[in-house]
Design a protein around this ligand. Structure first.
Ligand SMILES: *[C@@H]1O[C@H](CO)[C@@H](O)[C@H](O)[C@H]1NC(C)=O
Ligand SMILES: *[C@@H]1O[C@H](CO)[C@@H](O)[C@H](O)[C@H]1NC(C)=O
Ligand SMILES: *[C@@H]1O[C@H](CO)[C@@H](O)[C@H](O)[C@H]1NC(C)=O
Ligand SMILES: *[C@@H]1O[C@H](CO)[C@@H](O)[C@H](O)[C@H]1NC(C)=O
Length: 359
């Protein structure tokens, strides 16, 4: 026994452990998914997509703008990504879902969510408005569940931040880079895990299951703005895992980063479409800040739809990476208005009254 151990000791001493590990050379990888994040002699491989694409072992061998370290950030097939985005649906349908969700609050008059939904041209049924107390910031969260019979989908819409305490608490969690294990896999931002549990405890699954049973051939849409956008992201995965036979589409507007790389890989796997609408100049989708490519941090999912500041019809760009230096990072100037005015709609969430929209 001692003899064996001695041999191992001598071996390890003479040959550094790396030679026992499989020696991968970045250059052997010919595509981004194979390359990004592989380890070559303790250096991370990165996909360099400037030109035809090469896999390189050092950050100094590629312009950072064209360098991919995380697999979930590999360039997308842009034709496929673009074909799933329906701008009209966002401007004329999702917009009212989100306006309605933002009014699920004791600070809004009874019937306020319905006043928004009445702008829809479709035949819909509002199933539930749920406001639930939240422990983390002693405030509340809100969501609606509705059914659109014409488009044959069940909607879960999540309210955005509507109190300064809630804003402050999220900011605090972002600054700490606080991530928590998510029961369905990966990690998500600590605040969202707390919200996830709070919403589940309010009976979310039971409410959803009642509608899902009643409309067995309807798909799901999960949507929201800002905090609501991130919660919609988390719940899109929840719904997709609950109903593996149905399509779940996610529309997150101006949402912060929700989860880590494993979480995003699960979204890619299970959620049919996930679009993030981002307006140039909005700082919030850049939260929690990614200070390093190496630390475990929240990372964006999916397909970013990047609008210039005026958000004119058809002016968007479908970004070919989840985290692209050419999209969300956008202009050097940032403005709170870019977060609050989306598609000519006012999404400032403070003591909201009935929807008087469109004027
Ligand atoms: C990219 O590939 C094309 C076709 O294979 C080739 O003609 C071109 O020289 C390559 N460019 C670079 C920068 O390697
Ligand atoms: C986009 O959404 C609108 C509104 O729901 C719908 O009328 C239209 O048919 C959709 N377009 C496509 C290409 O799916
Ligand atoms: C709306 O859809 C429901 C469910 O399919 C149906 O029962 C109802 O008759 C429809 N209403 C209208 C006005 O079409
Ligand atoms: C939520 O909090 C409010 C105010 O503290 C309280 O009046 C209400 O009963 C609480 N609701 C629930 C469901 O606990």
């Amino acid at each position: 026994m001692l003899y064996q151990n001695l041999i191992i000791l001598v071996l390890v001493f003479c040959f550094p452990p790396t030679i026992f590990a499989e020696n991968l050379e970045c250059s052997q990888f010919s595509n981004c998914e194979g390359c990004a994040g592989q380890i070559d002699n303790s250096m991370k491989c990165r996909w360099c997509f400037d030109g035809n694409g090469t896999c390189v072992p050092s950050m100094y061998m590629c312009d950072p703008k064209y360098s991919v370290v995380h697999r979930v950030n590999c360039p997308l097939n842009i034709q496929e990504a673009s074909s799933g985005f329906n701008e009209t649906l966002n401007r004329e349908v999702i917009l009212y879902y989100i306006h309605a969700a933002n009014r699920v609050a004791s600070t809004s008059p009874v019937g306020a969510p319905m006043s928004c939904l009445l702008n829809l041209r479709d035949n819909f049924t509002l199933i539930r408005e749920v406001e639930v107390n939240e422990t983390m910031d002693s405030w509340s969260l809100g969501y609606i569940i509705l059914v659109n019979h014409d488009l044959k989908h069940i909607v879960a819409g999540f309210r955005s931040t509507n109190h300064w305490r809630q804003l402050l608490m999220q900011y605090f969690v972002f600054m700490l880079n606080w991530l928590e294990p998510f029961p369905l896999g990966g990690k998500i931002v600590g605040y969202y895990l707390n919200s996830y549990n709070t919403i589940l405890n309010s009976g979310f699954d039971v409410f959803i299951n009642q509608v899902a049973t009643k409309y067995p051939n309807y798909d799901f849409i999960s949507c929201g703005h800002s905090l609501g956008g991130s919660l919609a992201t988390v719940f899109s995965l929840h719904l997709a895992r609950m109903y593996p036979d149905r399509n779940v589409d996610l529309y997150s507007w101006s949402g912060p980063r929700a989860g880590d790389e494993t979480f995003v890989e699960l979204l890619n796997q299970h959620v049919r479409k996930h679009y993030r609408v981002v307006r140039d100049g909005d700082l919030i989708p850049d939260m929690p800040l990614r200070v390093s490519e190496i630390l475990p941090q929240a990372i964006h999912n999916g397909i970013e739809i990047f609008y210039p500041s005026h958000m004119a019809i058809g002016s968007y760009k479908v970004c070919d990476q989840a985290e692209s230096q050419f999209c969300m990072k956008g202009s050097w100037w940032k403005s709170p208005f870019a977060h609050i005015y989306i598609f000519d709609g006012d999404f400032m969430n403070y003591n909201l009254d009935y929807c008087d929209y469109p004027k």
